[in-house]
Design a protein around this ligand. Structure first.
Ligand code: 5AD
Ligand code: SF4
Length: 432
């Protein structure tokens, strides 16, 4: 008998990747198997992101493309899940009546029961104060790195951000269940784990805070590399830096979202730090770990951002020299407090500012990467190059991409390579 098949497409952050693996795990438990071909599937789930306008339009358009598959398979279930589902709730059905399931990020546990449901469409977007998907086994989609979600939700309410509305309140998973999941991942052959949370370092379970958890995970036998994302600058403390410094298996990379360089704009964004505090924090990180990779997120064109304010963003970039950055034009999101402010930076101005930060970052990334030419780096080989399948790729401890031009390297191994060149965001390495 052919088993039923599921197809999941994921947009947005790593947290969504991890959630998709949880949904896959639930479906595998009831003997559904994964397919890469939507036309073969009995259930299609599109896991969506609503953080910026662009991503949510794309995901809804994608789901609409699957509508015609119902002609061949009238029992096909089409599900809109994740942050766009949470935001649009049942309203989306007025426009897209062919959708069968609308599930928010906290309601995935019931997916197996919905497979044979007669009364459709089914909508459940309640946000939970407790759900952390404990006790479920994710069906992993990766070979080398295991995503491990340690907390969900966000209580920070940055004024531009929809996440606190689509993912609800912060809640942390127990240390015991995180340790169990990491142990299972290690016995399944994963040597790198990435601890995930919308606000990963505000983790707090009973008396365990983020640095305590990091230490516990670092001491689990077999964990060769630990990463975490995304921290909030406000919650980066000395204890966290101390644990990172003392454990070789905790990767020396911190993604430290700046968002804006002007203290006035940071205040209006409700970011809880000033330009000076951010720069001091970067100094502190570099005191503990001089070579630590520091990457960031930047928003340009936030309401009220003058040319002087924008110059402050360029100033902070010059001071820090980030290893890499994700850069965005401000996009007003429903429910957020910034959406009530006039979106007063003209489109043309936003584009020019975005280009300016992108250009600056290109120069900085190359400068940082060129400084590594001639050094020997330890990399975890994690895949093959998209451009040439004979070339393997890996990541340094500081999360830089290294392309191996020659030599044999096995995926999943940590090896020493000499950096021989740098171009764009990539380094080129030769096996030692
Ligand atoms: N407009 C533009 N960028 C945004 N981000 C979050 N909300 C918005 C928005 N409304 C960016 C932030 C965040 C990253 C995940 O997405 O930089 O850190
Ligand atoms: Fe959004 Fe701010 Fe929470 Fe990050 S910390 S998810 S930017 S509200």
């Amino acid at each position: 008998m052919n088993s039923k098949k599921y197809y999941i497409e994921t947009y947005g952050c790593q947290m969504n990747e991890a959630d998709s693996e949880i949904m896959a795990g639930l479906l595998e438990r009831v003997n559904y198997t994964s397919t890469y071909l939507p036309e073969e599937a009995d259930i299609i789930l599109v896991n969506t992101c609503s953080v910026r306008q662009g991503a949510d339009n794309r995901a809804i358009a994608r789901l609409s493309q699957f509508k015609h598959l119902k002609k061949q398979n009238p029992d096909l279930l089409l599900g809109l899940v994740g942050c766009v589902a949470q935001r649009d709730k049942g309203k989306i059905l007025e426009e897209k009546p062919f959708i069968d399931l609308v599930l928010g990020p906290d309601t995935y546990r019931q997916i197996p029961e919905l497979l044979n449901k007669q009364e459709l469409p089914f909508v459940d977007v309640h946000l939970s104060k407790q759900e952390v998907y404990d006790g479920l086994t994710p069906f992993r989609n990766t070979r080398v790195n295991a995503w491990v979600s340690i907390m969900r939700g966000c209580d920070k309410f940055c004024s531009y951000c929809i996440v606190p509305f689509t993912r609800g309140r912060e809640r942390s998973r127990s240390v015991k269940s995180i340790v169990e999941e990491v142990r299972q991942a290690v016995s399944g052959g994963y040597i790198e784990v990435t601890l995930l949370g919308q606000n990963v370092n505000s983790y707090c379970y009973e008396e365990n805070r983020f640095p305590d958890l990091l230490l516990t995970v670092a001491e689990i036998p077999g964990v060769k590399r630990i990463r975490f994302t995304s921290p909030h600058p406000e919650d980066v403390d000395e204890a966290m830096l101390e644990v990172m410094h003392e454990h070789e298996n905790i990767c020396k990379h911190i993604h430290l979202p700046l968002q804006a360089g002007s203290t006035k704009i940071l205040k209006s964004m409700n970011r809880t730090y000033t330009q000076e505090e951010y720069l001091n924090l970067v100094d502190k990180i570099r005191k503990y770990m001089p070579g630590c990779g520091i990457t960031t997120d930047i928003i340009v064109g936030f309401p009220g951002e003058t040319q002087d304010d924008f110059n402050d963003t360029l100033y902070v970039m010059d001071q820090v020299v980030f290893d890499n950055a994700y850069m965005f034009k401000y996009s007003p999101r429903p429910n957020t407090s910034a959406a009530k402010l006039p979106d007063d930076v003209l489109g043309k101005e936003k584009s020019e500012r975005l280009n300016a930060v992108i250009e600056k970052q290109k120069v900085h990334t190359l400068q940082k990467n060129k400084a590594l030419i001639g050094t020997v780096q330890s990399i975890l080989v994690d895949g093959v190059s998209k451009k040439d399948s004979n070339e393997k790729i890996g990541r340094t401890d500081t999360n830089k991409l290294v392309i191996l031009k020659e030599g044999n390297a096995d995926i999943g191994n940590i090896i020493n390579v000499q950096i021989i060149d740098a171009a764009g965001v990539s380094l080129f390495g030769k096996i030692q």
